[in-house]
Design a protein around this ligand. Structure first.
Ligand SMILES: Cc1cc2nc3c(=O)[nH]c(=O)nc-3n(C[C@H](O)[C@H](O)[C@H](O)COP(=O)(O)O)c2cc1C
Ligand code: SF4
Length: 458
């Protein structure tokens, strides 16, 4: 078995890709068919026009660094990696006059359960990431960049390498890009699949060849990043959005979405839907519309609940979810959850919430890097407690204990993985406490099935 065959065993299956006509006003996935990833097809779709525009290569005067950053600020683009931090503002933190090396890093680690949007971007539209990074590098005065790609999608890494070679040959990367004074060297790198390496400072450690463990913050990467130098890190989808913004203007991008939530967003819809896959729709699209695009709930069943933004985001019950729109503000302020990475996990009426939480808690316990006690010990406690409830061995005191352990993890760790493990627990207890109580009292799941029949983990 070669390396690729071994790695392919770990790849996600069963999720339809981005090739369908059920996007709404797509920008990143527009016109893709799986074969047109190369540079000529990208240029035919308007690719690299934004880079040419800022460098003044198509007749215009070009854009200054300040103008590029102002355009991105105006667009309302918020980081697509999970936290939704305003991208233009982040770029303005880069100390452009710093005399030494500065770095640009793309976070393509994409390990959040349910999330599979970045791999489609890199595999089927890699040049939009390259162009977005080149524009970002220009705006922040950076001459070296890296794209850190999740290790389990090795073929995507190889595709990205091919795209880099094309971009270098065409003069879009390297020294004196398109004959200008701007130079930018971009390289691809890959990890080996640890979820924690998606946390930006763990990623930097891994990129430096060390064990991928998060750093204490402050200092933040803008002042102490890769090799201790000023560094800006953005998600793959964030960079991929930039060429459209520069071509069409910040205001046009903002108007595609809703105030404070500019542009389109890619949602990885999975779980109990007829057509799981990646869907690019304007920010502010009603969840009910997204569900319809994904073919509705599988088998005509009733919707029970939705995890709206990747496994760390608290679950939202169906009734509330059907009233929300898919943007940072609606999901946070009205839904009490997070848009996160945009991984929408749909659960129908047959799903046992205790079992769902057991699966999530196992994941976080497994992925904790072990540096801080509340996370290292607490994630294991959470999993073991939910696991025993699931298997009919729960105690009446377990529910309060679960809440207490989750509360003692939150805000007490070096990185946000601790919070990410605790928030789903609190969300499930808030909305589906009765399922936990039922399983403890009756030893059977409310949705049917013998609690002791199947024990999934150790
Ligand atoms: C445990 C953990 C895992 C993360 N995984 C990812 C990831 O896979 N991809 C990503 O872009 N951001 C991930 N993030 C968020 C990054 O730390 C960082 O905020 C993001 O890359 C910044 O890019 P953005 O501003 O464009 O969103 C993760 C954060 C944590 C705490
Ligand atoms: S919170 Fe967890 S994953 Fe993050 S540094 Fe601490 S132990 Fe590691």
């Amino acid at each position: 078995m070669n390396v690729e065959q071994i790695l392919s065993q770990f790849q996600a299956t069963g999720v339809e890709s981005c090739f369908h006509d059920r996007h709404i006003n797509p920008q990143i996935y527009a016109g893709l068919n799986g074969r047109n990833w190369g540079i000529q097809d990208y240029e035919a779709r308007g690719g690299y026009a934004a880079l040419r525009k800022i460098l003044g290569k198509d007749g215009g005067e070009g854009l200054t660094q300040d103008q590029v950053i102002a355009t991105v600020k105006e667009s309302g683009l918020r980081g697509r990696g999970g936290a939704g931090f305003p991208t233009g503002l982040k770029w303005s933190f880069m100390p452009r006059q710093f005399p030494g090396q500065k770095y640009l890093v793309c976070n393509s680690d994409e390990g959040e359960p349910g999330t599979c949007k970045d791999r489609d971007i890199m595999e089927y539209n890699p040049h939009t990431v390259i162009e977005g990074m080149a524009i970002a590098a220009y705006a922040m005065g950076i001459s070296v960049g890296y794209n850190y790609i999740h290790g389990e999608i090795f073929h995507t890494y190889e595709r990205f390498e091919l795209a880099l070679e094309e971009a270098r040959a065409a003069g879009y990367l390297g020294d004196n890009i398109l004959g200008s004074s701007f130079s930018f060297q971009l390289h691809a790198s890959h990890g080996f699949g640890a979820y924690i390496c998606g946390e930006e400072t763990a990623l930097l450690e891994s990129l430096e060849g060390k064990k991928g463990q998060p750093r204490f913050k402050p200092p933040f990467p803008a002042s102490f990043g890769l090799y201790g130098k000023p560094t800006t890190i953005n998600n793959t989808e964030t960079f991929a959005a930039v060429p459209w913004i520069i071509r069409n203007g910040g205001q046009a991008y903002l108007e595609c979405g809703k105030p404070n939530n500019g542009g389109t967003k890619i949602f990885s819809v999975s779980g109990d839907v007829e057509r799981p896959g990646n869907y690019e729709v304007p920010m502010g699209t009603p969840f009910s519309k997204l569900l319809e695009l994904a073919g509705g709930v599988r088998g005509g069943r009733q919707l029970k609940a939705v995890i709206p933004g990747g496994s760390s985001s608290p679950v939202i019950p169906a009734e509330l979810m059907m009233k929300l729109t898919m943007d940072y503000d609606s999901i946070a302020k009205e839904g009490g959850s997070m848009l996160g990475s945009g991984a929408v996990i749909v659960m129908d009426e047959t799903r046992c919430m205790v079992k769902a939480l057991a699966r999530l808690s196992y994941f976080y316990s497994h992925e904790s890097c072990g540096q801080c006690t509340p996370c290292r010990e607490g994630t294991g406690w959470l999993w073991r407690m939910v696991d025993r409830i699931e298997h009919g061995q729960g105690r009446a005191s377990d529910i309060d204990m679960l809440d207490s352990v989750a509360g003692n993890i939150m805000g007490r760790t070096i990185c946000a993985l601790g919070d990410a493990a605790a928030m789903p627990v609190r969300g499930m207890l808030k909305h589906f406490r009765h399922e936990f109580v039922h399983l403890i009292e009756h030893k059977t799941s409310m949705v049917g099935g013998d609690a002791t029949a199947v024990k999934t983990h150790g």
